[in-house]
Write a protein that binds this ligand. Sequence first.
Ligand SMILES: [Zn+2]
Length: 157
Amino acid sequence: MDIAFKCPNCRQELEVDAGASGQLLTCPTCAKPVTVPPPDAMNMKIGVASNSSAAAKEEKHFSVPVTASPSAPLIKKSAPPLEVAAKEGHKQVRIKTIRHTDCKEVGHDNFDKVVSEALAKIGETDLVSINTINYSYIEMGTQKMLTDFGVLIVYRG
Ligand SMILES: [Zn+2]
């Protein structure tokens, strides 16, 4: 439900949401502060949606965003695209632990490659931090306790 009324200064027809009643806004035509009048039978726009398109066209008014301050700009900086916002909104901080021993094959040490691939998959934007870790394990062949290293990647995903 909208309230339609005229700017008391320049008589420009304005239209705002009924919830804005009593609030101060800036007239887009004369840039003067205007107080939104309370909704009543005279200015309540009832059933506009059911009007014919021709009638709706005649009823076209300026739609004015309601602002708390009369000096606030009418044009706001556009929000990020919805798909980006949605994508960011679902992201959580996660960790990925890569142990050096898990990357070793016979005659090959793939640690750098595995970490690089993990980082490429996460992407620079979502990377929070990389931390080195040390851990102990018992080597299968020798049954000796060995110490090795790895990385703990903190990321958003
Ligand atoms: Zn005005």
